[in-house]
Design a protein around this ligand. Structure first.
Ligand code: TXA
Ligand code: MG
Length: 320
C-alpha cells in the first residue's frame, strides 16, 4: 500500500527514472534525490527541487565496481584499494571524470564523485537501470539531511512523485569523501567511515574539509545541515544552560541524560556511548528537536575521535 508519495514499488521507481523524472532513494547513509545521470532534464530537476546552487556537483551512484572504468579517466592505485575495501558502502571517491559524464552532473568540474551505496532496495533498483543515478541528499539546500522516507516526504510532498521506502538509514550521516592530489588521497568530507578506518587501508591521509573560499566539497560550506532552531555546540551543557535562563531549551547529549527544570526536551544519542548508534540517530534527533517549537537547542560535543569527529563536524556546521 502506498501512503502519500512513499512507496515500496521498485518497478514504479524504474519507470519514473526512465521517464527523466526524480525518485528519492534510500541509502545506508541518508536518502538521496535521484535522477538519470545522462538526462539533462532530470539533472536540472534535481537542482530545481533541492534549490541547490549550480556550482555544487552531484555524486554518481553505481551498481558495480566494473562501471568505474567507464566513469573515471584515471584510477589511482589507492582509489582501487579503497573501492575494493569499502564498496558497496559509505565512501565517495572523487576522480578525474571521463567524457561520458555530463558537465551538468559535476557542475563543470573535471572530477566526479562516485559511490556504490549499500542498501538492498537501492541496489536492486540500480540493477534494473542501465544508467547510474546522480543523487544529492534529499533535503532542501541548507536543511537537515533526511534519514527516513518520512523526512523526505515532509520536505517534498508537493514537488516529488515518489520516495522509495527503505526504512531508517543504518549509518545516518553522509558518506566520507576522498579525492586525490598527485595520486595521494585527501579527505574532503568527514563521514560515515572514520578517518581511522580509511587510514588502515591507505596510510596517513590529509584532511582538507574546511576550505571556505573555494571548497572542493561544497558540502563543507560552514553553514550546512542546519535546523531552523538556533543551535549551540558546547563542551559544557551546564554552563550554557546557566546562560540561557527563561528559554525553551532542547538538549542533544551524547550518552548521559541531562535533567534540569529548564530543559523542555533531552535526547540522548547513545546511552552506551556508541559512536555508530549516535551517528545513526543524529539527524533524526535534530529533526525531532527542530519540530518542538524550542527557542534554542544545546548540543554536547562528542569525544573527537572515530565517528565522533564526523558527528562534531555536522554539529559545528549546524551551529554556524
Ligand atoms: O552519503 C552521501 O554521500 C549522500 C547519499 C545520497 O549518497 N549524498 C550526498 O550528496 O551527501 P550531497 O550532494 O548532499 O553531498 C555531496 C558532496 C557535496 O558537498 C559536493 O560538493 C561534493 O560531494 N562533491 C560531489 N562531486 C564532487 C567533486 N567532483 N569534487 C569535489 N566535491 C564533490
Ligand atoms: Mg547534502
Amino acid at each position: 500500500m502506498d501512503k502519500g508519495i512513499i512507496s515500496s514499488n521498485i518497478e514504479k521507481a524504474v519507470a519514473i527514472l526512465r521517464n527523466n523524472d526524480l525518485v528519492a532513494i534510500p541509502t545506508e547513509t541518508v536518502y538521496g534525490l535521484a535522477g538519470n545521470i545522462y538526462s539533462e532534464e532530470a539533472i536540472r530537476k534535481i537542482f530545481e527541487v533541492k534549490q541547490r546552487p549550480l556550482f555544487n556537483p552531484l555524486i554518481v551512484h553505481i551498481h558495480s565496481i566494473d562501471q568505474l572504468d567507464k566513469i573515471a579517466k584515471i584510477i589511482p592505485e589507492k582509489a582501487k584499494r579503497l573501492a575494493q575495501t569499502f564498496w558497496p558502502g559509505s565512501l565517495t571517491l572523487v576522480l578525474e571524470k571521463s567524457e561520458v559524464i555530463p558537465d551538468v552532473v559535476t557542475a563543470g568540474k573535471s572530477t566526479v564523485g562516485i559511490r556504490m551505496p549499500n542498501h538492498p532496495v537501492t541496489r536492486e533498483l540500480l540493477s534494473k537501470l542501465d544508467f547510474p543515478l546522480a543523487a544529492p541528499s534529499a533535503n532542501p539546500f541548507n536543511r537537515i539531511s533526511p534519514t527516513s522516507a518520512e523526512h523526505v516526504e515532509a520536505y517534498f510532498s508537493d514537488t516529488l512523485q515518489m520516495v522509495l521506502q527503505g526504512g531508517p538509514c543504518e549509518n545516518g550521516i553522509e558518506s566520507t569523501i576522498v579525492g586525490f592530489e598527485d595520486d595521494e588521497p585527501v579527505l574532503y568530507r568527514l563521514g560515515a567511515i572514520s578517518v581511522e578506518d580509511i587510514e588502515k587501508v591507505v596510510g596517513k591521509i590529509s584532511v582538507r574539509n574546511k576550505k571556505e573560499s573555494a571548497p572542493d566539497a561544497p558540502g563543507m560550506l560552514a553553514k550546512h545541515y542546519a535546523p531552523r532552531t538556533k543551535l549551540y555546540l558546547t563542551d559544557s551543557v551546564d554552563a550554557l544552560l546557566a546562560k540561557h535562563k527563561n528559554k525553551k531549551i532542547g538538549v542533544l547529549s551524547f550518552s548521559k541524560e541531562i535533567s534540569q527544570p529548564s530543559i523542555k526536551s533531552n535526547i540522548v544519542l547513545s546511552k552506551e556511548g556508541d559512536f555508530k548508534e549516535a551517528a545513526a540517530r543524529l539527524y533524526e534527533s535534530l529533526h525531532l528537536l527542530d519540530n518542538e517549537g524550542l527557542d534554542i537547542i544545546i548540543a554536547e560535543r562528542l569525544p573527537d575521535t572515530d565517528l565522533g569527529k564526523s558527528i562534531n563536524d555536522r554539529l559545528e556546521r549546524a551551529a554556524n
